[in-house]
Design a protein around this ligand. Structure first.
Ligand code: V47
Ligand code: SF4
Length: 381
């Protein structure tokens, strides 16, 4: 139980709600953002996390494919994309080149490929269906988590198919689930300033809702710590919580800390580590119907991701194997993000948690608690 003596009555009321399993309101959430100390929100989030999963922390063995960084859109926070006119500065992979990446993992115990990239005007629905089929033919057991709602919105509109038709087509080709990207901040006041030209909130939510109705799971992200206000974060999470009430199709919520390197928002300072941890904790408290909360370590840095395990986070994403450039190009500390299973296990054990290797859908593959890795071992330098 959390010690509430000495707390302001309105914060005590929130602590009571959390400890009796009641949902907090938007006003409660605003109060947490404005007045909740890290210790207070952290202990509530930890209470919820331990009620949900005990001391388990999940990770998986995965790699990314980024088919292209050429993009028809111009999100101001993006450090990674190049317009079609400047495509000579970027990359465009063929199916053969991508299959070469997949084959690199032959015989290795990888369970997931995460495919996400820019929105290339010439890579269409058929191209991506062919890619998924080729991967599945080569490695049927590999789970394909692919394409953000932004990519789907563009490819379905271009192919003149409905969201349902497009998703059914790709599921038949091998799509396993949908990553959480492209959500950014749903509220139009902010969305128009940071990514005006891509799919809006309703379009993003419709794609995820349709996917859930078709029986596949997805994740949801929120790009935080830039020009948004607390009210916009709450609006964003409320829309996700409402959809999750209807479908139960989201697996995990992933707050993504805005990194300001090499983009059109480089003048916007990055959020502090305390604010990042408070964000994780408050998301854990507010999103009571999301089973998991992920700290994406390539964006946060491994030590901060480790710290977040005390603030409601139960998932660290995966081994990655230096296969994504989105964050290194935005100035993140992890310039070649790779962690071995041993490093992830040690990181989790150092936080005095139980490391669990999972598949994409959170089925447990291996419990590493009894593994002979010394929790005090220094692997973080
Ligand atoms: O939507 C782009 C973000 C996202 C920056 O579902 C930035 O498991 C911070 O969604 N600073 C794509 N963030 C990545 C993504 C993701 C990552 C890991 C796991 C999962 C999952 C999904 O990357 C974009 C955008 O929000 N992003 N630029 C930046 N400068
Ligand atoms: Fe394109 Fe995605 Fe970058 Fe936006 S965030 S410019 S949609 S690659």
């Amino acid at each position: 139980m959390i010690n509430v003596s000495g707390l302001a009555p309105e914060l005590k009321n929130i602590a009571d709600k959390v400890q009796t399993g009641q949902r907090i309101s938007d006003d409660d959430c605003l109060l947490l953002f404005e007045k909740g100390s890290l210790g207070f929100v952290g202990s509530l989030a930890n209470y919820i996390k331990e009620k949900l999963q005990g001391d388990k922390v999940y990770f998986n063995r995965n790699f990314h494919i980024e088919p292209t960084n050429v993009c028809v859109f111009s999100c101001n926070f993006c450090s990674y994309s190049r317009l079609y006119a400047h495509r000579d500065e970027g990359w465009e992979l063929s199916i053969d080149q991508m299959m070469h990446l997949v084959k690199h993992y032959d015989g290795k115990p990888i369970t997931e490929v995460h495919i996400v990239g820019g929105v290339h005007p010439k890579m269409d629905l058929q191209f991506f269906a062919d890619l998924l089929k080729a991967i599945k033919e080569h490695r049927p057991d590999l789970h394909i988590k692919a394409f953000t709602a932004v990519e789907y919105d563009y490819m379905f509109r271009k192919a003149k198919v409905s969201v349902e038709e497009g998703l059914k087509f790709l599921i038949a080709a091998g799509l396993g689930s949908i990553p959480g990207g492209g959500a950014e901040i749903f509220h139009p006041e902010i969305r128009e300033k940071i990514c005006a030209d891509k799919v809006n909130a309703d379009g993003w939510l419709l794609i995820h809702e349709t996917a859930h109705q078709l029986g596949i799971h997805s994740n949801a992200t929120m790009l935080f710590g830039h020009i948004e206000k607390y009210e916009h974060r709450i609006d964003h999470m409320r829309r996700l919580r409402e959809l999750q009430d209807r479908t139960k199709g989201f697996n995990t919520f992933i707050p993504l800390k805005f990194r300001n390197g090499n983009n059109d928002m480089s003048n916007v300072p990055e959020s502090t580590h305390i604010e990042d941890m408070r964000m994780y904790a408050i998301a854990r408290i507010y999103l009571d119907n999301f089973p998991h909360l992920k700290a994406y370590w390539p964006m946060l840095g491994r030590e901060n991701a480790q710290l977040s395990l005390a603030f409601g986070v139960d998932d660290m994403d995966g081994t990655i194997d230096d296969s994504t450039k989105i964050y290194s190009m935005a100035g993140a500390e992890e310039q070649s993000p790779t962690m071995t299973t041993e490093e992830l296990v040690t990181l989790i054990k150092q936080a005095r948690r139980t490391p669990i290797e999972r598949d994409t859908l959170y089925n447990e593959i291996k419990n590493y608690q009894s593994n002979e890795i010394d929790a005090n071992q220094a692997v973080l330098q």
